[in-house]
Design a protein. Structure first.
Length: 132
């Protein structure tokens, strides 16, 4: 009887560990916060992709206020502001990516976000008359 109970307990623990392994690893955040953040960001990207920029902006701004050091939220905000033609706000959001990207545990993802933010900042710079 004890063996069956111990085996069931180990199986339960293995399932829980497997489920948690798929969650994004971010220092200082609980697994529940990570799931909530992931679903919010997914919804923000969906709204952005559908051109529902006002809704996407409200959702992602609330997420960015809740987690001000989240470079992924800052990046999506930059994309939303850029699509809305708000270059100043977009530049601030992309600059926030550069300041907060160190919080991303996955170094490859961090570098990708940093480079994308830099590229968008370059695109937002005004073109001088000599360059045209």
């Amino acid at each position: 009887m004890k063996r069956a109970s111990a085996a069931a307990s180990r199986a339960e623990m293995a399932e829980k560990a497997q489920g948690q392994a798929s969650l994004p690893s971010t220092p200082g955040r609980s697994a529940l916060e990570a799931v909530d953040r992931t679903s919010t960001m997914r919804e923000g990207w969906r709204l952005y992709g559908e051109g529902r920029l006002e809704e996407a902006g409200r959702l992602v701004m609330a997420e960015a206020a809740r987690l001000p050091d989240d470079p992924e939220a800052a990046y999506l905000l930059g994309m939303i502001f850029k699509a809305r033609g708000e270059a100043g706000h977009a530049a601030k959001a992309f600059s926030a990516v550069e300041r907060t990207v160190g919080s991303v545990a996955d170094l490859t993802r961090a570098e990708m976000l940093r480079r994308l933010a830099q590229a968008h900042l370059e695109m937002l710079k005004p073109v001088s008359v000599e360059e045209t």
